[in-house]
Design a protein around this ligand. Structure first.
Ligand code: GLA
Length: 373
């Protein structure tokens, strides 16, 4: 059975994301400020006349995946495989009663995998968008992002918040996305590309702590919220926190301090961007990093090095780890006129101190997922 009302040959582009500020706040119902970035995943799709989903990737060594869409899809069958993401999305759409025709997808990417730039969310949202085009049915953008988040929970076993899938889905060119993860209301915040540039600095390391510690931070925040008698840490403002923090155990006190202060820093960062006060925006980023390093404890020596190096370079306004932490990338806000020199200096100094040649790229805020005409 082939596609009914849908298209039979097309491509989908799904960008990665970088988070400017508002880290480890999404699963606390807080604010985040990510943007979609220029590196992306591309899916070249052709419909098949049978009921197989056949996925091939140009990522070295990854086997081709063949899935019979008439059979139930079980998370255990894909544990640890990149196929977990597409299969999780397809399973979610089947649960909605979608009749998905067979298809081939050739997947290529300029977005690195495993660098904390949401290549998994890009793949999920890309696959969901491809199936929409194949079937001619659509979800609302919000439903699509949430379905992809569920795929990540159920098939990849990562209890992530909503930030990554929303950034990949709702990103717009030239703007960061201020997302309230409780109400899911959004505001596009323009980035003055003629004045400031966003740099993504890949530390080149990924510490194995990453997965287990992420779930543990989530649980610690839930425990702090319970002890404070609120539904989530979003419900605690700074004055209330200061009054009640002394009664909290040390871990809950420090985790909740990060979340409460990160909320304030995110608001201050947006105000600073809108006032074109780049120094003030940068200070919020440095403050965020220190809080993630000391209180939330999700940094690592390599990310701390990048932030320290950045502080010493003229033209860097601010720098911080971005995403889950324990390696991956840092994000910096820099003077647009000095980008090239800053990139070269960070690269040399980081290599001298760690022996790792970092991959650094400048990126504008890119549009979210798109079907190519
Ligand atoms: C990962 C998760 C996101 C978010 C960040 C931390 O990227 O996928 O949902 O929690 O970590 O801000």
């Amino acid at each position: 059975m082939g596609p009914r009302n849908g298209r039979s040959r097309f491509s989908v582009i799904a960008p990665g994301r970088v988070n400017l500020i508002g880290e480890h706040t999404d699963y606390n119902d807080g604010l985040v400020l990510p943007m979609a970035i220029e590196p992306y995943i591309q899916l070249d799709v052709t419909a098949r006349s049978d009921r197989l989903m056949v996925l091939a990737t140009d990522r070295g060594g990854q086997p081709m995946v063949r899935v019979d869409l008439d059979q139930p899809l079980a998370p255990d069958d894909y544990a640890g495989s990149w196929a977990a993401y597409p299969c999780g999305v397809v399973a979610g759409l089947k649960l909605l009663g979608w009749d998905i025709p067979g298809f081939n997808a050739r997947i290529s990417a300029t977005l690195p995998a495993g660098a904390g730039l949401s290549s998994s969310a890009a793949l999920e949202v890309g696959v969901a968008t491809a199936v929409e085009a194949l079937t001619g049915s659509t979800l609302s953008l919000e439903e699509k992002a949430l379905l992809c988040q569920r795929a990540e929970h159920e098939f990849a076993g990562v209890p992530c918040g909503i930030m990554d899938q929303f950034a990949v889905t709702f990103g717009t060119a030239g703007n960061a996305l201020l997302l309230d993860c409780r109400s899911r209301s959004m505001r596009h915040v323009p980035l003055a590309a003629e004045a400031v540039q966003v740099l993504v600095i890949n530390s080149g390391v990924r510490h194995s702590l990453a997965d287990g510690e992420y779930a543990r931070r989530r649980a610690e925040c839930q425990s702090a919220a319970r002890l404070l008698g609120v539904a989530s840490l979003r419900d605690v403002g700074p004055p209330e926190w200061h009054a009640r923090a002394p009664s909290l155990p040390d871990v809950e006190r420090r985790r909740s301090m990060h979340v409460v202060t990160e909320h304030e820093r995110t608001l201050a960062f947006v105000n600073a961007l809108e006032a074109r006060d780049w120094q003030a925006a940068g200070e919020c980023m440095y403050g965020s990093h220190a809080s993630l390093r000391d209180d939330y404890e999700v940094s690592c020596p390599e990310l701390d090095e990048i932030v320290e190096i950045s502080r010493q370079i003229d033209g860097v306004f601010g720098c911080r780890l971005t995403g889950g932490g324990f390696g991956g990338c840092a994000v910096a806000l820099v003077d647009a006129g000095k980008t090239g020199r800053i990139q070269a200096e960070v690269c040399t100094r980081y290599r001298d101190r760690t022996g790792i040649a970092p991959i650094i790229f400048a990126t504008r805020a890119a549009p979210g997922v798109a079907l190519l005409p």
